[in-house]
Design a protein around this ligand. Structure first.
Ligand SMILES: *Cc1c(COP(=O)(O)O)cnc(C)c1O
Length: 375
């Protein structure tokens, strides 16, 4: 029997596929595929969640008032410059929907966050992916691709999946070249992990540039991936309009209360981030010592640019009980986790290197090359 016609783009759109075995399967692998915090939530967070749980017969505050105020205070900005969303991906969706007049284009680097092309396509926005130069944004090439149709530029800083950063001076120069009619979204999902000098938050550019917005999340450094809460900072006039696009009530009371609690526990949470940063150096050095060629990362993950070997390596890790994120034909991203999980990964990665080349990609012929996204 036939079924009703849905938008034809849905036929070709890839579904989001979590890494093998993470949410189903007999035994849970070591979770190094989604850049989550490896730490259990602090007691204060669990208490806030329990308290909010007692109110779930009621709708949440649609304006996220207490959380908006707490974020504004933490960042030293005004409440009317903050929008809260159900994860920063919801705010990314809000952004592309907000600029999706016919013919609108979005410029972003590639490879970068997997959702940029998907959300653009769904909103009817034409993607203009600009290849990275090595592991880093090629800002000059990106500036060259901006035309009167460009309504949005996304800069992922640090870049997921390569971990590279855009320095403040370069960013300032780039922003000066972007027409004021074009929004620039700086996705800072991993900002708290940055230790490179000369790399500061895009927040400092919001002041003089009404077209700049910064996206942050509670999912990574603040350890609330399971609750879905993120925010955007921008010019009050832009923010007022963006608030109309997101669904009211989409950020649960549990998420709002936990995020307020997380801001109150910032010091402890940022200490945990420090632990992850030290662990990042340890894992990075171990891989380099083992002969891997990997770019320096300023995020809570490392990028293994394996090219055609990526899918085989991803399957090898899965077979050894380790979930990593595979970008077929490009590379594998591995999160920095607990010392124990990272040691397990290092052993598995080292074993891969020592296997004879023929054995490294057992089903070369059968390999299903799933291009990341048909942009
Ligand atoms: C993880 C991540 C996000 C955050 O997503 P949430 O919806 O807030 O969980 C946003 N951007 C990038 C680049 C990410 O890697």
């Amino acid at each position: 029997m036939s079924f009703p016609p849905l938008r034809s783009l849905l036929d070709a759109l890839p579904a989001y596929e979590p890494s093998d075995g993470v949410y189903a399967g007999p035994t849970r692998p070591r979770l190094l595929s989604a850049n989550e915090s490896p730490h259990d939530p602090l007691p204060g967070i669990v208490e806030a969640i329990a308290a909010a749980g007692a109110t779930v017969n009621r709708y949440p505050d649609p304006g996220c008032g207490a959380l908006t105020l707490a974020i504004a205070e933490a960042l030293g900005t005004d409440e009317d410059q903050v929008v809260v969303g159900a994860g920063s991906v919801a705010l990314l969706q809000t952004l592309v929907q907000s600029i999706s007049d016919p013919g609108a284009e979005a410029v972003y680097a590639w490879p970068s966050f997997e959702l940029y092309p998907v959300l653009s396509k769904l909103a009817g926005v034409v993607s203009v992916p600009v290849p990275l130069s090595g592991a880093a944004h090629d800002l000059r090439a990106m500036a060259d691709r901006i035309t009167p149709s460009t309504r949005l530029v996304i800069i992922c800083n640090p870049n997921n999946p390569t971990g590279s950063v855009v320095g403040s001076e370069d960013l300032g120069r780039f922003l000066a070249a972007v027409p004021p009619s074009c929004l620039v979204a700086i996705d800072e999902a991993y900002h708290e992990y940055v230790r490179a000098p000369q790399t500061s938050s895009g927040l400092r550019f919001c002041e003089g540039h009404p077209n700049v917005v910064v996206l942050r999340t509670f999912s990574k450094a603040y350890g609330l991936a399971g609750l879905r809460v993120g925010y955007l900072i921008g010019d009050a006039r832009v923010v007022r309009r963006l608030r109309k696009v997101g669904l009211a009530y989409s950020v649960s009371a549990v998420a709002q209360r936990a995020a307020v609690a997380a801001l109150g526990l910032e010091e402890q949470l940022l200490q945990r981030v420090g632990t992850t940063v030290a662990e990042r150096s340890r894992v990075q050095d171990a891989l380099l010592d083992d002969g891997w060629q990997i770019p320096e990362s300023q995020a809570n993950f490392l990028w293994l640019p394996l090219g055609e070997e990526a899918a085989g390596f991803g399957r090898w890790c899965a077979s050894q009980g380790i979930a990593v994120r595979t970008f077929p034909g490009e590379g594998v991203r591995v999160s920095i986790g607990s010392t124990e999980d990272d040691d397990a990964f290092l052993a598995v990665a080292s074993e891969w290197r020592r296997r004879p080349p023929a054995a490294q990609d057992p089903d070369r012929e059968a390999r299903r090359v799933r291009t990341a996204v048909d942009v």
